[in-house]
Every structure is written in structure tokens, then in C-alpha cells.
Design a protein around this ligand. Structure first.
Ligand code: SF4
Length: 242
């Protein structure tokens, strides 16, 4: 648990002040995780505050008209997230007595809740000892354990999840997951990891082997197909045939 202890000590001093960390609940965690997918936190925070002011509970979200939910998401993009969030609230109300289910497996059955979000909510809100593996977490773990296989492979992600889960401490699983996310966002960044400021640098196998900038490895992108097309523009005075 050397990694967890060092990481949590750093997280307690370095974590950013975010509205869903000030006051926590399973619902707030679910909304924040849905909003933060593919979106920077600076953009998410005001949306999160407006959304929670209008839909403070799962029930309020489930009872709201679809158009109003979409209006509060307008500008955040990836609108399927908003539709799924409302559908998840409806399912929680109709199937789970108005609360989010507490296990990772049951959370995964909610609309739009994938493995990462289910693990994040289960660990942060319900204390489940599980690892939430997203792109940030995969990068950090691939470096920390010098995993050289492509993180695009399902087998590599399974391995990374197992490595991460083995480090999750029983007493603070949610904080551990948030600490990994925070480390990936602030220190172990994609291009230039700041290893000199990293709390887990002494335990980092990637750093010890000089691999930090080479990891994580990705599968080569397939070559872009070249498609040749022909088109004609036929004019006849002011008339145009396309
Ligand atoms: Fe990432 Fe560097 Fe820390 Fe290793 S030492 S986890 S590469 S920031």
C-alpha cells in the first residue's frame, strides 16, 4: 500500500476544490461523472451548479420534462449523456425506490452507465473497493507499472484494472480513485509528466526504466482510406445543375 498512502497524502493537499467534492452524494457523483466525460472541469463546474440547482435530486430529474433537461445541458455537447442521465434517474425511481443502486453491477445496468462510471460511483459514493479505469487512469497505471502493451487492447485494460484494484485501500477507495484522476490531470499528464513533482515517483517503474514519454502505448491507427470521387458542375447561363 506504499502507492496508496503516498498518493492519498498528496491528494489531501493538492486536490482541486470542486462542488461535487464539497458536498457528496451518489446522485451528485453520477451527474459530475457524466458531465466530465470528454469535457474539461472548468467548463463542467458552472453547468453542474446550474443543473443541481434545477434538478437537486434523482426524483426532480426523473420528473423533469426532457426538453428542460436538454436545455440545462445545452452547450455542453454529447447530448446522449443528458438523455441517459434522465433515463437512469427514471430507472432509479421505478426500479430502486428513488435511490441509485449501491453495487457496481447494478449501477452498470442503468442507461448510459459504463464500467468506468459504475466503478467511480460505487467507490466514491458507496465505498466499494474497485478501480475506475478511464483514459487518465490507464495512462497513470501504464507508466506506474511499466505496462508496455497497447492500452487499446481489452486484455491490457483488464490487466490495468486488476493492478489498480490491488492498490485500492479498503478505507478510502473513492478518494484513491479521485487521487489517480487528479494525478493524471495535474502531474502525470499526457505529454510532459512532471515526475519531479510526483508523489509516487519512487515507486514508478516506468520512470525507473526511462519509459515515461513512451507510455502508454497505443495501437497504430489504421491508415485513412483514400476515396476518389468525381463531380460535375454544369452551368447554362444563370442556371446550375449539380
Ligand atoms: Fe507519472 Fe512520472 Fe509519476 Fe510515474 S513518476 S506516475 S510517469 S508523473
Amino acid at each position: 500500500m506504499r502507492i496508496a498512502a503516498a498518493l492519498l497524502r498528496w491528494y489531501d493537499g493538492a486536490k482541486r476544490d470542486l462542488p461535487w467534492r464539497r458536498e457528496t452524494s451518489a446522485y451528485r457523483t453520477l451527474v459530475s461523472e457524466a458531465m466530465a466525460q470528454q469535457t474539461t472541469l472548468a467548463v463542467v463546474v458552472p453547468y453542474f451548479q446550474r443543473f443541481l440547482a434545477r434538478f437537486p435530486t434523482l426524483q426532480a430529474l426523473a420528473e423533469a420534462p426532457d426538453e428542460e433537461v436538454m436545455a440545462h445541458w445545452s452547450g455542453l455537447g454529447y447530448y446522449a449523456r443528458a438523455r441517459n442521465l434522465r433515463r437512469a434517474a427514471l430507472a432509479a425511481v421505478s426500479e430502486h425506490g428513488g435511490a441509485l443502486p449501491r453495487t457496481e453491477e447494478a449501477l452498470r445496468r442503468l442507461p448510459g452507465v459504463g464500467p468506468y462510471t459504475a466503478a467511480a460511483v460505487a467507490s466514491i459514493a458507496f465505498g466499494a473497493r474497485t478501480f475506475a479505469l478511464d483514459g487518465n487512469g490507464a495512462r497513470v497505471l501504464a507508466r506506474l507499472f511499466a505496462v508496455e502493451d497497447s492500452i487499446d487492447r481489452a486484455a491490457t485494460r483488464t490487466r490495468l484494472r486488476a493492478l489498480g484494484t490491488a492498490e485500492v485501500p479498503a478505507d478510502r477507495p473513492g478518494d484513491f480513485n479521485q487521487a489517480v484522476m487528479e494525478l493524471g490531470a495535474l502531474v502525470c499528464t499526457p505529454r510532459r509528466p512532471r515526475c519531479q513533482a510526483c508523489p509516487v515517483a519512487p515507486a514508478c517503474a516506468g520512470r525507473a526504466r526511462g519509459l515515461t514519454v513512451d507510455l502508454p502505448r497505443r495501437a497504430p491507427k489504421p491508415a485513412r482510406p483514400v476515396v476518389r470521387v468525381a463531380c460535375a458542375l454544369v452551368t447554362d447561363g444563370a442556371r446550375l445543375l449539380l
